[in-house]
Every structure is written in structure tokens, then in C-alpha cells.
Design a protein around this ligand. Structure first.
Ligand code: AMP
Length: 399
């Protein structure tokens, strides 16, 4: 039973082929610069050499065809024929209120994903392109959609509504949805497994901090609050995104600078966050380099990032009236010992105590970084959103 997982962006397409008998990855890869000149396909078959091919790939249909060519190639391939692919699982960013869980793709599902384009104008059209292209290239193969928002559909009204006129929710579905749900789902379950305790009995805070970042309060095994909102802009300070700010700033700045809606969106999504404060980079590696060299702008960017993250952790401990487990994941969470240390040092009031040596260990496996005395288990759990997509796809088509 083989499942192809596809994560389709507007100009890129990532893929992973799983053998679900043992959940092993047979091959993975990436097509970049779709629709531009010199598109690049990088294909990594497990146990064989990586190949890179530059060609003209104008749309997703060609991208998927090329991926299938590579997967079935005599030298670099891992399949005899495309017919060995039993199902395709797609990552879709926005499932709105339509999708509380993953779903088999049918006409209604596609209609619903299209209806949400308003809420995710950059992401949902790309997902549709990936689904259509898979249908063309793998006719008759069942397809499943897995949503970044689905895990957070359990949030109660008090957490997902904004304190603005109700009519905006009724008419336009303006509310908090949350994102990175597949990751928060995966790491909260993996953390409970690691600890050998039922997730239902734990109060867990999951910190998915990468280029984008979000925090989730998982109580009784479900998401009860999360820091991203109607869009992935709300919440933590991120690489290039502002995170929370006084909403009155938006009309004020638009007025003063004579900015259009798309210009102000660009400013808050692409020219804010670590990038804006450091003036150097959106990448935490460069920020911590700057911090170590005493660069004042990098130092401030780091301090703001850590301070805001810590305040959110405190607020989720308050939301759940306690916290048993704190999980770090994604690019920064998995790799930056200094971010974890700085955050945890200032959570002593919660009884958090981390072991500095354990915190420095690098590993691809879930691991504990707290001391035996710590009142909160602090874990680093590498995320694996693709595996969740493959598992959900497998589960749904075998139902
Ligand atoms: P992601 O979005 O999860 O792929 O995370 C990407 C981000 O992780 C990068 O932009 C970096 O800021 C951060 N990152 C990756 N490796 C490290 C590292 N060794 N130390 C600090 N940050 C890192």
C-alpha cells in the first residue's frame, strides 16, 4: 500500500512517497519555480543518489507528471509503474468550518475548498491545482485532503470568536481558525506516547516555531486554543510576520503612508517580525549569531521574540489552569537551544526546570530536556506533518 503525499504551493510542490506497510519513506522531493523559467526538480530516492533536474515546468500538471517520471525512472525511481500508487494525500491550508477532519476528495470537497479561497487566497488555489493535476495524472486513484485548520475546530466559541460585531462572523465567517494543526496534532500525540501517558489526561502546550510560528493549548486531547487566528498573521512574532498588534495601527498607518490593502498586508506578512526588528534576517540562526556578536538590533529582535513567546506560554497555562507538558517543534523549536533555554529560564514560576546539557543534545527523535525535578515535562519533538497526511489518507481509503 503506497501513499503519495503532496504539499502544493503556488510555485512549488513537495512530495513524499510512503510505503504504509512500515511507514517508510521511499522517496521525497521538491519542484521549485513552477511557472518561472528554469524550474528545478530535486528528487531524493531513499538509499539512492539525489538527482536535480532543471527544465521548464509551467504548471502543476507538468510538475506532477515529472514527479511520476522520476518515481518510476529506471535509475532513480522506486516504483515499477504509477499504478503502484494506491492513494494521494494533499495538504490543504484552509478547511474553514467545513472540514473538522480529513476527507476523501469528491466534487463537494473541491467546491468547499474553492469556497474558502477568500480566506486563504495564496494557499487554497495551489491545493486545488495539486488535486486537479493528480486527478489528471493518476486517474481513478483515491485522493484525500488534510487541513492545517482541522485540529483546531474543537476550539470553543469563547476562544475562536473575535470581540467584534457578530454580523461579521455570520456574513463572512470572520473568526479564529488556527493553523499548523497537523503539526500540533502530531507532536502532542508523540509527546504523550514518549511519556507513556494518555494524551487525554495531560495539559500540553505545543510550540511550533519555524519560519511561521504558533502555539496551541491541548487539553483532554483536543485543541482548546491556538495563537494564529483567521489568518496565519496573528499571535507570535515570526520570521517576517508581525504577530499580534493593536488593530488600530492598520488604518492609522494606511492613512499616514497612503498604503493600499495589499501593501499593508505585504508589510505585516513579509516585512515585519525578526526581519524588521533586526534589519538583518528573518532566520533565527542569523539572529542568534548577531546576538552572540553583540549586535544591538539582533539582540532586541531575539528578546522580543522570546518575550512574546513566553507571554503566550503563560497565557495558555492560564487558559488550561496549568500545564503538564511543554513541547518545542519546527525549525527553531527543534534546533535552537538558546531560544528554548531563554524561554524556559523565565518559566520557573511554573516549576519549569531544564537540563542545560540535555537541551544541547541534537537528535531526530523526541527527547526530554527538563530535569527530573521539573514540574513541567519539557520535550523537543521533531514534527512530521507528511506522516500524519499519509496516515489519514491510508485510514480514510481503507474505511
Ligand atoms: P521551518 O519553517 O519549520 O522549516 O523552520 C525554518 C526556520 O527554522 C529557519 O528560518 C530558521 O529560522 C530556523 N532554524 C533552522 N535551523 C536552525 C538552527 N540550527 N538554529 C536556529 N534556528 C534554526
Amino acid at each position: 500500500m503506497k501513499v503519495l503525499v503532496i504539499n502544493s504551493g503556488s510555485s512549488s510542490l513537495k512530495y513524499q512517497l510512503y510505503d504504509m506497510t512500515d511507514e517508510s519513506v521511499l522517496a521525497k522531493g521538491l519542484v521549485e519555480r513552477i511557472g518561472m523559467d528554469s524550474s528545478i526538480l530535486t528528487h531524493k530516492p531513499t538509499g539512492k543518489e539525489e538527482v536535480t533536474e532543471v527544465s521548464e515546468i509551467l504548471e502543476h500538471n507538468t510538475a506532477i507528471r515529472k514527479v511520476i517520471e522520476k518515481l518510476t525512472d529506471k535509475t532513480h525511481g522506486v516504483l515499477e509503474s504509477v499504478s503502484e500508487i494506491n492513494a494521494v494525500g494533499h495538504r490543504v491550508v484552509h478547511g474553514g468550518e467545513f472540514f473538522k477532519e480529513s476527507a476523501i476528495v469528491d466534487q463537494q470537497a473541491k467546491k468547499d475548498i474553492r469556497a474558502l479561497i477568500d480566506l486563504a487566497p495564496l494557499h487554497n488555489p495551489a491545493a486545488i491545482m495539486g488535486i486537479d493535476a493528480s486527478e489528471v495524472n493518476m486517474p481513478g486513484v483515491p485522493q484525500v485532503v488534510v487541513f492545517d485548520t482541522a485540529f483546531h475546530q474543537t476550539m470553543p466559541e469563547k476562544a475562536y470568536l473575535y470581540a467584534i460585531p457578530r454580523v461579521l462572523y455570520n456574513k463572512y465567517k470572520v473568526r479564529r481558525y488556527g493553523f499548523h494543526g497537523t503539526s500540533h496534532y502530531y507532536v502532542s500525540h508523540a509527546a504523550a506516547d514518549f511519556l507513556g501517558k494518555p494524551l487525554e489526561d495531560l495539559k500540553v502546550i505545543t510550540a511550533h516555531i519555524g519560519n511561521g510560528g504558533s502555539l496551541t493549548a491541548v487539553q483532554g486531547g483536543i485543541s482548546v486554543d491556538t495563537s494564529m487566528g483567521m489568518t496565519p498573521l496573528e499571535g507570535l512574532m515570526m520570521g517576517t510576520r508581525s504577530g499580534d498588534l493593536d488593530p488600530a495601527i492598520v488604518p492609522y498607518v494606511m492613512n499616514k503612508e497612503e498604503l493600499t490593502v495589499s501593501e499593508v498586508n505585504l508589510m505585516l506578512n513579509k516585512h515585519s517580525g525578526l526581519q524588521a526588528i533586526s534589519g538583518i534576517s528573518s532566520d533565527m540562526r542569523e539572529i542568534t549569531d548577531g546576538l552572540e556578536k553583540g549586535d544591538p538590533h539582533s539582540t532586541l529582535a531575539f528578546e522580543m521574540y522570546e518575550y512574546r513567546l513566553r507571554k503566550y506560554i503563560g497565557s495558555y497555562a492560564a487558559a488550561m489552569n496549568g500545564v503538564d507538558v511543554l513541547v518545542f517543534t519546527a525549525g527553531v523549536g527543534e534546533n535552537s537551544a538558546i531560544v528554548r533555554k531563554s524561554v524556559c529560564e523565565n518559566l520557573s514560576y511554573l516549576g519549569v526546570e531544564i537540563d542545560e546539557e540535555l537541551n544541547k543534545v541534537r537528535s531526530g527523535d523526541p527527547r526530554r530536556i527538563s530535569t527530573p525535578n521539573s514540574k513541567v515535562e519539557v520535550l523537543v519533538v521533531p514534527t512530521n506533518e507528511e506522516l500524519v497526511i499519509a496516515r489519514d489518507t491510508y485510514k480514510l481509503i481503507n474505511k
